[in-house]
Design a binder for this molecule. Structure first.
Ligand SMILES: [Zn+2]
Length: 115
């Protein structure tokens, strides 16, 4: 019996455990309908990429690229400013993951080995 189930990792870009997934091309949460990433998605993503914050940025950068592409194709006026889109996808993890900051010594001081 060759019952070895080989799973093709087609959905590799979608992290496991994240149920609040983006509904393309609208980029709204499939579950709660908010602009993705919604609050629940952010929590799940931070947990998923806890040990690899840079990978989280890379993943979100890819999402940002796709979202701009999708939204612009749907309605060029919806895309709004690039700064807003950037903050929506990449601004929040920069505020959550201190590993990406380099020279904010005062901000890091408050969280000394709390885990
Ligand atoms: Zn959601």
């Amino acid at each position: 019996m060759t019952g070895q189930q080989r799973r093709l990792s087609v959905h590799r870009t979608v992290p496991t455990g994240v149920e609040h997934l983006p509904m393309r091309p609208l980029w709204l949460c499939r579950r709660c309908g908010q602009p993705w990433p919604c609050g629940a998605a952010k929590v799940a993503l931070v947990a998923e990429y806890r040990d690899a914050p840079v990978s989280l940025f890379l993943y979100l950068a890819g999402c940002l690229h796709d979202a701009i592409d999708d939204l612009h194709r749907l309605n060029p006026s919806v895309t709004g400013s690039a700064a807003d889109m950037f903050d929506r996808f990449l601004g929040w993890p920069a505020r959550h993951t201190h590993a990406y900051r380099v020279s904010t010594t005062t901000a890091v001081r408050s969280q000394e080995a709390s885990s």
